[in-house]
Design a protein around this ligand. Structure first.
Ligand code: ADP
Length: 491
């Protein structure tokens, strides 16, 4: 079952429960109101009888005391003037009057037959207890009040006042039909409305699904789901789906580029080595000069093949988000170490140590050293004989700046934005000869960013380049400096 159908069913279900509860409540309230109306009619009728009875007997007693005495002595029934019961002729109340012995003595003129009475309830009325109840004879239903007839606080008979429930039952039945019929119509309308609403609400989601399916079918990650203009949940959903697609597209194209680059980078040194082997095969082994040249070529290619997987591994780790070490690093000592390690590679290039502040930062010493070595090797490789490469360390705002400046060939403005991309080489033939795979600066960039720092480069072709690795001065360092300053003031 679809989510849409489930929602519609749930909605109609809740609606039906609420409607049934409302209908039942309404029916009971109306029924209660009608019945209490009838009951107060019965009470009023009984009161009218009681008052009439009391009046006529008081008058009689005043006019003929003796006769009244007789009545008492004979224990027979009191006087009930005909006007009293005949007063009910035009009403829908029917009345019967009983003597204390239960004998029926009078009934209203609108009563063509004798009403039956529940003997037990009549007996109760004759001992002073009043009851109101519904009588169902099968043919008709009536509401009946049985109450004692009193004279001067003494029970002298009983009154049976009834009223037919035909009109009331008819009205209640009509109400029931209206509620049932109306409820059914309202429910059907709600079901249709609910189905329409959920369909309308789900339509944009269906569209998102269809677009996503077409993207899957066409294997085209460059397509995007149309974003609805209203700033609602759907807009957020489509924007999120589009972001996801953009990210996937970026990842897939990076992966494709990466595989293409790696296979190309692997193929080139292997092809070069194959060429050299063929040269040797054709007799170059006997020519010492050619042999030395081929071996040097092959050694360089092998060195590059060894370096490439190491570099790739490091970059893969960067993507996997490996935890870097967080230790204090004396950058000046590190710079000296890098200077010492680069010296053997300098050849005819002058390798100098420039301005050097004493700075401690926190970070991963090995990674920062690797980044500096990459910058140094690049500078040496791209600086012709007689040129200079200068290493320096200085404070620059909130950062420690490790600089590697060279007077080398420089980098063209067209290449500058891309030199930090993987496998990017500004001058492919020259760099290949120099043995780079285009990963060195990508590693430098990652190391800088992993330390919340950055790399900056300024370069002009023919003049030289300067790379700065900027590492944030951590709070620890700042506190230490502040502390030293305070001690100096105090002493
Ligand atoms: P590679 O392994 O080729 O050196 P890098 O990522 O380290 O790769 O450098 C990318 C490219 O940037 C190099 O191929 C080179 O063209 C250019 N480059 C890097 N450093 C320098 C520099 N100091 N002087 C001139 N060009 C440089």
């Amino acid at each position: 079952m679809t989510l849409r159908s489930r929602l519609t069913i749930a909605y109609v279900g809740f609606f039906a429960i609420a409607l049934i509860a409302l209908d039942i409540g309404l029916y009971l309230i109306v029924r209660q109101a009608l019945y209490s109306n009838i009951d107060s009619d019965l009470e009023r009728g009984a009161q009218y009888l009681q008052d009439g009875f009391t009046n006529s007997n008081e008058k009689l007693r005043a006019s003929n005391n003796q006769r009244l005495q007789d009545y008492f002595s004979e224990n027979s029934f009191f006087i009930l003037t005909p006007q009293t019961v005949s007063g009910f002729d035009a009403t829908n109340l029917k009345v019967q009057v009983y003597q204390p012995n239960g004998e029926l003595v009078a009934k209203s003129p609108n009563l063509q037959y004798t009403m039956s009475v529940n003997q037990a309830l009549l007996d109760q009325a004759l001992i002073g207890q009043e009851t109101t109840h519904t009588v169902d004879t099968g043919k008709m239903r009536t509401r009946e009040l049985l109450q004692p007839l009193l004279f001067r606080g003494q029970v002298v008979g009983a009154l049976q006042v009834t009223r037919s429930l035909r009109d009331t039952d008819f009205a209640l039945q009509l109400l029931l039909y209206v509620l049932l019929g109306g409820g059914t119509i309202v429910l059907l309308t709600a079901a249709r409305g609910g189905a329409w609403l959920t369909r309308a609400a789900f339509k944009p989601i269906d569209e998102v699904t269809r677009t996503a399916q077409s993207i899957v079918r066409a294997e085209d990650l460059s397509r995007r789901v149309p974003v609805p203009p209203a700033p609602d949940e759907l807009q957020r959903l489509t924007v999120t789906v589009n972001d996801l697609l953009a990210r996937l597209e970026g990842l897939f194209s990076a992966q494709r580029r990466f595989v293409a680059d790696v296979s190309h980078e692997l193929r080139t040194p292997l092809a070069a080595m194959q060429g050299n082997l063929e040269v040797l095969d054709r007799g170059a082994a006997r020519d010492p000069e050619l042999l030395a040249e081929s071996l040097a070529d092959m050694r360089r290619e092998v060195a590059r093949l060894i370096r490439m997987p190491n570099d790739l591994l490091l970059l893969a780790q960067s993507e996997a988000g490996v935890q870097l070490r967080d230790e204090p690093i004396e950058l000046d000592t590190l710079l000296l170490e890098v200077h010492r390690e680069l010296r053997p590679l300098a050849g005819d290039v002058q390798l100098r140590l420039g301005h050097e502040d004493q700075i401690i930062v926190r970070g991963d010493r090995d990674r920062i050293k690797q980044a500096l070595l990459n910058l140094g090797i690049n500078a040496l490789q791209h600086t012709p004989t007689g040129g200079t490469v200068t290493l320096g360390l200085a404070r620059q705002g909130d950062y420690a700046a490790l600089t590697v400046a060279d007077s080398g060939i420089g980098i063209g403005a067209n290449d500058l934005p891309y030199i930090f991309d993987r496998f990017y080489r500004a001058d492919r033939s020259r760099s290949r000869h120099l043995g780079g795979a285009g990963l060195g600066l990508a590693i430098v960039k990652w190391v800088a960013e992993a330390h919340s720092g950055r790399v900056e480069v300024t370069s002009a072709p023919g003049t030289g380049s300067q790379f700065s690795l900027l590492l944030p001065l951590k709070t620890d360092d700042a506190t230490e400096l502040q502390f030293t300053h305070q001690v100096a003031v105090l002493s």
